[in-house]
Design a protein. Structure first.
Ligand SMILES: N[C@@H](CCC(=O)N[C@@H](CS)C(=O)NCC(=O)O)C(=O)O
Lengths: 390, 337
């Protein structure tokens, strides 16, 4: 930033010329070494008759994959199989981020709670989970907890259509029936109306000083309209029930044990770190401020929303960004318990095809992209919630 | 667990590195004074560490035979356990000098993945194991079943082919290591476990009650298992190849661990004389000592002895197709002359 403000002419001196030459020299050296490595790799690959390049992505993969979000069969290409892995990585990471955030907030708030028992439990949780290697937690969830569930034949039925067994958790799959389009449209309109009401309530309060319950009012509008359109279209959402047939449950929505174990493991582990971030965020706010706000007779909710959170989040969010990034990278432990994430499938492709360099480059590109997106999003969030320093 | 990532990194580093000796493995092994030999992470009968940490099994003995031929010392082996998906990469990147690890000879591996296969040491085929209680008698009855297996194998490719060819839907659960796959099957996560049949027999024998598990009669693939070496070092490939042929030929000619010294000195059979260096110098063809096969046989015995010791006496595996060609089997070693 400074250099741009400086007068370019005054910046020219013998000293800066020397440093320029040095920098160019270093740049060339780095590029030279990179080129040498590249050329050498190409040569060694050629000597050994190993292919290089990305053409293999279109070759038939022939791999069986057990858990896929998109239609996959072994006649698809390696590239498509890798995509299946990327989507699985994204799914498990996204869900784990949401769940660990919720659990982390609960744990962090409990830790500073005045309830002695609650605070102690939260402390024990945080200390245990943070100090156990994630791999151990994963193995525990996968081989001890999930594997001790009954065989699907004797599955635990929570309710009609909800089953838990060592083959996974099976739920009814929601299906769009006749009239779903109408219902969906009506719901969107309801959401719009609710939002408009909420905005209006805010504006009304500013104008008149009288407060209307904008949030709750909006919720009531949304709920009522949705319920009405649901009844009017005569049950637009049906469900496909899982049924036990032959070897396994069929139909319904399945959470495979590998996926469940990874999700639970990542959630438990990361929540401990987020809990700590939340605690330190809360404790970073000077107690005097809260006391002062309380003394003014402001309601507890407003104190939390207006005084506590903006300052606490300033501490919590940056630390949590790091934890999200670690979570995404930790999801590669999937390979240990047989969940087909991007690293697991990529590793299989290396094993089947021998082109390690290309796959490693693809892993790096995907992780880098995901983590850049996360930190970008978190920076935007951070900028929005931060109190503006005056 | 993260081994595969690590090994991929090693592979990339070696491939990028300046001095990767493609030729000259023999010199490298001699200079190191030991043979780095890739084996499995523990498959009874093939390569499995015993309670003293000593590697046992047919594949492990092949490593010892090569070490005996090259270094004159069958104990000069550094065993490197490899998960399935590392086995080819570990060889092509030079992390090990050879791999002797239930690895199927396929065209792609042999031609496009930087390795060469040497000689088949075991003819296997892929099968399925299910719990006896499931009452299944053929693999084609496995429609909709969950199947445990390991990644980076021909096993996973064959399974996909088999399902496609027979119009079956199989739900695979694919693990990186053999231990996880077997444990998942044993815990009931899967209805079936699939891998090479001989390994199924070994795993079954290791269960608390083997009679609870059945190996289905179907054999869905050809799995010729052979040691592999890096592509491009013909001398080294010759050495490993001819050590295997030597082991097989010795059985054919009746030379055993017990009688090798005596036969080397006294046999009148020209074929035996040639192999054991009493006449001519077959070892010299491949850059080894004249006594190469004497060293090998006095260390590990011939193929039949290795097979009996590791597969028949412990696991009860019959010779089957792995009998000598003269006995109606497939073992047919090229002539040593
Ligand atoms: N013949 C197969 C490999 C069969 C095989 O080795 N399978 C498993 C047994 S389930 C294995 O040994 N896994 C690796 C380990 O030792 O962890 C191939 O060449 O791909």
């Amino acid at each position: 930033m400074n250099t741009t403000k400086r007068n370019p002419k005054s910046g020219f001196s013998l000293e800066s010329l020397g440093s320029l030459i040095l920098q160019v020299g270093v740049l060339f050296a780095v590029l030279g070494v990179a080129y040498l490595l590249f050329a050498n790799t190409q040569k060694n690959l050629e000597i050994r008759g190993i292919e290089s390049g990305f053409a293999f992505l279109w070759h038939e993969a022939g791999l069986p994959i057990g858990d896929s979000l998109i239609d996959y069969d072994p006649s698809r290409g390696y590239g498509y199989a890798f995509l299946v892995g990327v989507l699985n990585t994204l799914l498990v990471s996204a869900l784990a981020i949401v769940l660990s955030t919720i659990l982390g907030i609960v744990v962090g708030v409990s830790r500073v709670s005045n309830n002695w028992l609650l605070a102690k439990c939260a402390t024990v949780y945080i200390e245990t989970l943070r100090n156990l290697p994630l791999l151990l937690t994963l193995f525990f969830v996968y081989t001890v907890v999930l594997a001790s569930l009954p065989h699907p034949r004797e599955a635990i039925a929570i309710a009609e259509g909800y089953y838990i067994s060592k083959r996974g958790i099976y739920l009814p799959r929601p299906l769009a029936e006749d009239g779903f389009a109408v219902f969906a449209a009506a719901s969107i309109v309801a959401l719009g109306l609710a939002f408009a009401f909420w905005r209006w309530a805010g504006a009304y309060k500013l104008r008149t000083g009288r407060s209307v319950h904008g949030f709750w009012g909006g919720l009531v509008i949304l709920g009522t309209l949705c319920a009405l359109s649901f009844l009017a279209t005569d049950r637009p959402i049906g469900s496909e029930m899982p049924v036990y047939k032959g070897f396994n449950f069929k139909g319904g929505l399945a959470l495979k044990p590998e996926f469940a174990a990874l999700l639970i493991g990542l959630m438990l582990y990361t929540a401990a770190f987020i809990g700590e971030n939340v605690r330190s965020g809360i404790q970073s706010v000077h107690a005097g401020q809260i006391e002062a706000a309380n003394a003014l007779g402001v309601s507890q909710g407003v104190v939390t929303r207006i005084v506590l959170l903006p300052q606490a989040l300033r501490v919590t969010i940056p630390a949590t960004t790091n934890d999200y990034a670690s979570l995404v990278k930790n999801s590669s432990l999937a390979v240990a318990i047989g969940y087909p994430d991007m690293v697991s499938i990529g590793g299989t492709i290396i094993g089947q095809n021998g082109q390690a360099i290309e796959i490693i480059a693809m892993w790096m590109a995907v992780y880098l992209t995901i983590n850049l997106v996360i930190s970008l999003a978190m920076n935007v969030l951070n900028a929005r919630v931060q109190i503006v320093e005056r | 667990m993260r081994n595969s990532t690590k090994i991929a990194a090693v592979a990339v580093a070696t491939l990028a590195g300046a001095s990767t000796a493609t030729a000259g493995t023999l010199e490298d092994v001699r200079a190191a004074g030991e043979l780095a030999c890739g084996v499995s992470e523990g498959v009874p009968g093939f390569s499995n560490p015993n309670s003293d940490g000593l590697w046992e099994g047919l594949d492990a003995d092949i490593c010892r035979a090569v070490a005996a031929a090259v270094l004159g010392d069958s104990n000069a082996v550094r065993f490197v356990p490899l998960a399935s998906k590392q086995k080819v990469l570990a060889v092509s990147s030079g992390q090990v000098d050879m791999t002797s690890r239930t690895t199927t000879w396929t065209m792609k591996r042999d031609s496009a993945e930087g390795v060469d296969f040497t000689a088949v040491v075991f003819y296997d085929g892929q099968g399925f194991m299910t719990s006896a209680a499931a009452g299944i008698s053929s693999a084609t009855e496995l429609n909709e079943a969950t199947v445990c297996l390991t990644t980076g194998t021909t096993t996973e490719l064959n399974l996909a082919d088999f399902a496609r060819a027979n119009g079956l839907t199989l739900e695979p659960v694919v693990f990186e290591g053999k231990r996880e796959a077997v444990e998942a099957y044993a815990s009931g996560r899967c209805d079936a476990l699939t891998t090479d049949s001989s390994q199924l027999a070994a795993f079954r024998a290791g269960f608390a009650d083997p009679s609870e598990h059945t190996i289905l009669p179907d054999v869905i693939s050809k799995e010729p298992l052979a040691p592999l070496v890096a592509h491009g070092d013909n001398q080294w490939k010759d050495i490993v190849t001819w050590v295997v042929y030597g082991l097989i030929t010795a059985e054919e000619l009746g030379v055993t661990q017990a009688n090798v010294a005596d036969v080397a000195a006294n046999s009148g059979n020209p074929a035996v004389q040639r192999m054991l260096g009493a006449s001519g110098d077959t070892g010299g063809f491949i850059g080894l000592e004249t006594s190469w096969m004497v060293d090998v046989l006095s260390a590990v015995g011939n193929y039949g002895e290795i097979y009996d010791r590791n597969l028949t006496s412990t696991l009860g595996l019959e010779r089957g197709v792995n009998a000598q060609w003269t006995e109606g089997g497939l073992l047919y070693a090229m002539p040593i002359r």
